[in-house]
Design a protein around this ligand. Structure first.
Ligand code: NI
Length: 187
């Protein structure tokens, strides 16, 4: 089922998600719904708070662009994109490299807003699957960026928090309007 995507302004986007202690049928259904919702919205990732569930659960799918990373290792072995996509994970632990990379990002909770965001270029991400397996993913490029963006969501952090001061100033009015619209209409 496609769920409604929560927009910036709704307080749920600022809450730290609870760790998923037990993968119930409801959690599996939620993950299915999130994949469907992400695809319909043509996004490359979606986090549970964006559908109103304050949980550490997210989905990522960059399989449309297998060339978007220069390397991909899963549990220490070279892997291909198809081996792990779509990614559905809970309770992530992510470490970023000191080396940074800047690229344009958007977010399904911010209609029509895109901006350059600087983040660690590479990640080491320990992602738990719904079957309890821990995938240690080392990668860069769009996949590293998408994982970091979604993991941020699970801790109440949004991409606007990582924009340059100048960019944030430039969109101050847009953000205020979004906040005004969505802080009252929903939860
Ligand atoms: Ni987002």
């Amino acid at each position: 089922m496609v769920r409604e995507i929560i927009m910036f302004g709704d307080p749920v986007l600022r809450k730290k998600g609870a760790a998923v202690e037990e993968v119930t049928p409801e959690i599996r259904q939620l993950a299915e719904d999130m994949l469907e919702t992400m695809r319909e919205a043509q996004g490359v990732g979606l986090a549970a708070p964006q559908v109103g569930e304050s949980l550490q659960l997210a989905v990522v799918d960059v399989s449309h662009d297998p060339e978007c990373v220069s390397f991909l290792r899963v549990n220490g072995e070279d892997a291909s994109m198809d081996d792990i996509m779509p990614l559905v994970f809970i309770n992530p632990v992510v470490e970023g490299s000191d080396e940074k990379d800047t690229d344009v990002e958007g977010c399904l909770s911010f209609p029509d807003l895109r901006a350059d965001i600087t983040r660690p270029a590479e990640v080491n991400a320990k992602l738990t699957t719904l079957d309890g397996e821990v995938l240690e993913i080392e990668t860069d490029g769009l996949l590293a960026r998408a994982i970091q963006h979604e993991v941020d969501h699970l801790f109440g952090v949004l991409f606007i928090d990582r924009m340059s001061t100048a960019r944030k100033l430039a969109i101050k009015k847009t953000l205020k309007e979004l906040q005004r619209t969505y802080s009252q209409s929903q939860s």
